[in-house]
Write a protein that binds this ligand. Structure first.
Ligand code: ADP
Ligand code: MG
Length: 264
């Protein structure tokens, strides 16, 4: 193959390798265009067979690179989010719970609340699908390009407590304060001591008006004081920050886990 183009910048000759394929592969590697490097021989062959235009070839290669990059970025976002096993909104039977504010739930999944730094609290009994919805929301948000972090409240507080004892709290807090969307699962299943309550408040307060937080809980707001082993003021201050630009999504009904169990 001969090189039929003049180099665009004659002062800086970039095509140093006499083998045009080797030179191209070198340059693609330098530009980190891995997908183009992988598929260009096949695309060129197909283009020759089908008599495609050079513009088609270029457009196909660039589109393939972009698709591969977006997919890699999505996989990175999903890994960073530490989401549980995938669940989807489609798999969630809206007709199962006795009561569910369907429109509010669907609105969450368009993810516009994230850009507005709004929050939500999903309240409902065990087995009603709170973790399912929170997980599905996490995957959807990742697909929309949002940086997400999912954690059970107890895991976050254990991690932050250990970090505080080790003197690395500031760094540990960033894990939960920097993502655009923080998904906190299972508030209220275990009591939270004073230190945990302070740490949880620090996270919620740091995210107030600068990030979105979605929390699931089996406890109504009036019972939040009982979750924290401190006075009610902290629970009230936390609810204030979450609800100032946020909404409560209350789901009622029986556990889905018991759905197919025959009555005793
Ligand atoms: P919670 O977090 O509220 O205790 P989960 O989200 O863990 O409940 O739900 C328990 C199980 O039931 C999960 O496997 C979940 O996928 C399933 N599930 C719950 N609600 C529904 C629903 N409405 N439609 C489909 N599956 C559901
Ligand atoms: Mg759950």
């Amino acid at each position: 193959m001969t090189n039929c183009f003049k180099t665009t910048n004659p002062k800086r000759k970039t095509m140093t390798n006499p083998d045009p394929h080797a030179a191209l592969r070198e340059h693609l590697a330098e530009l980190r265009l891995a997908q183009i490097a992988e598929i260009y021989p096949e695309v060129l062959n197909e283009a020759a067979r089908k008599n495609c235009s050079p513009l088609d070839v270029l457009a196909t290669l660039v589109a393939a690179e972009i698709t591969a990059r977006r997919e890699r970025a999505l996989q990175r976002r999903i890994a960073a989010a530490r989401l549980p096993k995938r669940k989807t909104l489609e798999e969630f039977d809206m007709a199962f719970p006795k009561r569910i504010p369907k429109q509010k739930v669907l609105r969450l999944f368009d993810c516009e609340f994230v850009a507005q730094h709004q929050s939500a609290v999903i309240i409902g009994p065990t087995g009603i699908g709170k973790t399912h919805l929170l997980t599905a929301l996490g995957y959807t948000a990742c697909e929309r390009g949002v940086s997400v972090r999912f954690t059970r409240v107890v895991d976050m507080l254990n991690g932050l407590t250990a970090a505080q004892i080790n003197g690395t709290l500031a760094k540990a807090l960033k894990v939960y304060t920097t993502p655009s969307l923080l998904l906190l699962d299972e508030l209220g299943y275990l009591p939270i001591d004073k230190r945990g309550a302070d740490l949880m408040f620090q996270v919620v307060a740091a995210r107030y008006e600068s990030g979105s937080t979605v929390i699931t809980t089996n406890r109504a707001f009036r019972d939040w004081g009982k979750i924290f082993d401190v006075d009610n003021t902290l629970a009230t201050a936390m609810i204030d920050r979450l609800m100032h630009h946020g909404e409560a999504i209350v789901i009622q009904g029986d556990s889905y886990r018991l759905k197919d169990r025959p009555p005793e």
